[in-house]
Design a protein around this ligand. Structure first.
Ligand code: ATP
Ligand code: MG
Length: 379
């Protein structure tokens, strides 16, 4: 198809005029390509389609964005929004990946709607065959899951069960809607895939039991829960532990002018509601306040010291590419997205090519200025 026909067809699919389409090109709509597969990414909601929706032009296949999950501030909200039975699943702290089969290829799509060449290569290597079989049998299905572990360029969080990199399925989507959990379980079991831990099936009023589950996750340093209706008749809810709320701040505050700024207030609001709902005593509050204060100041001061010694303030990621071709594809992808990153090849092993990726943070520039001028960037 030539460009003119592509745009015409795309406008029809999205239900918008050519004019609007052309205005949205580049910003809201991006056309990308991966190994000869052309696809369109919606970077914002458009024409009734969610952000992160992907359209494969050759087969006119639409992969809808994974829906946003409402966060609960209070567990008391559970009975207000759920119907009767609830499924309590672990919320794993990684990044959202949808898997589809296009042209007999397994593709891993990020939340934002990009085919990530790195994620695709790693998942293909572990689960390629099983996923191809599963998605050939269940043609109209999109798998949605979390990639967890330390070997990825997005969310680095240690999970012993991930062994660096693994994929845990949490939902199955059909025509943009979440399918009953029984379908997910059927596919996962039949093809020996992995599913996020299902922690309990409860009645929506069993809040004491729910609290125990969350306390246990908190002690184990895990992120939290997603509470689902078994049939997805109502939208799921998410709730995170005190542990992770503080841990996120600690991670984010390595870079106060990047993640730090945005992370702080939202996490503090979560903690306020937890202190209230759990009825924390003054002593317990003191302990949490100390952890919170350290999480805010500790890493931020460390970074400033590091900058003063001339070090780069950058996030580093370890990646393992199954082949050199996979690495080339990924570098091309970074360039296409305009990501500013430094890539260093560490070595080659049986697992593939090991690479260190560094993304320079805005904090680097802010800290440099502070150290040079003595001025504060904020009043
Ligand atoms: P949003 O607010 O749009 O959902 P976010 O990136 O802020 O996006 P999170 O706070 O991480 O999202 O919570 C939602 C995400 O949690 C999902 O998109 C999914 O990637 C992840 N997740 C982990 N475990 C589960 C699970 N068991 N069920 C559903 N989602 C899960
Ligand atoms: Mg997440």
């Amino acid at each position: 198809m030539d460009t003119n026909n592509i745009l015409k067809r795309l406008a029809e699919i999205l239900g918008i005029t050519r004019d609007v389409l052309e205005k949205k090109m580049g910003r809201t709509i991006r056309i990308m390509s991966y190994r000869g597969i052309d696809y369109v990414v919606l970077r914002e909601d458009l024409g009734g389609f969610r952000e992160g929706t992907v359209i494969f032009l050759s087969e006119e296949k639409i992969i809808h964005g994974y829906p946003s999950i409402r966060r609960l501030a209070l567990l008391e909200g559970v009975p207000l929004h759920m119907i009767d039975e609830i499924v309590v699943e672990e919320k794993m702290n990684g990044y959202n990946v949808r898997i589809v089969l296009v042209n007999d290829r397994i593709l891993a799509i990020t939340r934002g709607g990009y085919i990530c060449p790195y994620t695709t290569a790693r998942i293909e290597k572990i689960y390629g065959e099983r996923l191809r079989e599963a998605l050939s049998e269940y043609e109209d299905v999109v798998l949605a899951g979390e990639v967890i572990g330390t070997e990825n360029p997005y969310v680095v969080y240690e999970y012993p069960e991930a062994h660096g990199f693994d994929y845990f399925i949490f939902d199955v989507m059909k025509n943009g809607a979440l399918a009953p959990l029984s379908l997910r379980d059927e596919i996962v079991d039949k093809y020996s895939l992995k599913r996020v831990p299902v922690l309990a099936r409860l009645n929506k009023n069993e809040l004491g039991r729910l609290r125990e589950i969350i306390d246990d996750l908190d002690k184990r340093g895990r992120e939290g829960v997603v509470i689902k209706d078994p049939m997805h008749r109502v939208s799921p809810l998410k709730y995170t532990t005190i542990y992770i709320n503080i841990k996120d701040i600690e991670e984010g505050m390595k870079y106060p002018f990047d993640e730090g700024r945005g992370y702080l207030f939202s996490r503090i609001v979560r903690l306020i509601c937890q202190a209230y709902e759990y009825g924390l005593s003054n002593e317990e509050l003191d302990r949490i306040a100390l952890r919170l204060g350290r999480a805010i100041l500790g890493p931020a001061v460390e970074s400033l010291k590091a900058r003063s010694k001339g070090r780069l303030i950058a996030a580093t990621y370890k990646l393992v590419f199954p082949s050199e071709e996979d690495l080339r594809d990924y570098l091309e992808f970074l360039e296409e997205l305009g990501v500013d990153a430094v890539v260093k090849i560490i070595g080659t092993s049986r697992e593939g090519v090991e690479v260190e990726l560094m993304k320079l943070k805005d904090t680097h520039g802010y800290y440099s200025k502070i150290l040079e001028t003595g001025y504060s960037p904020l009043d």
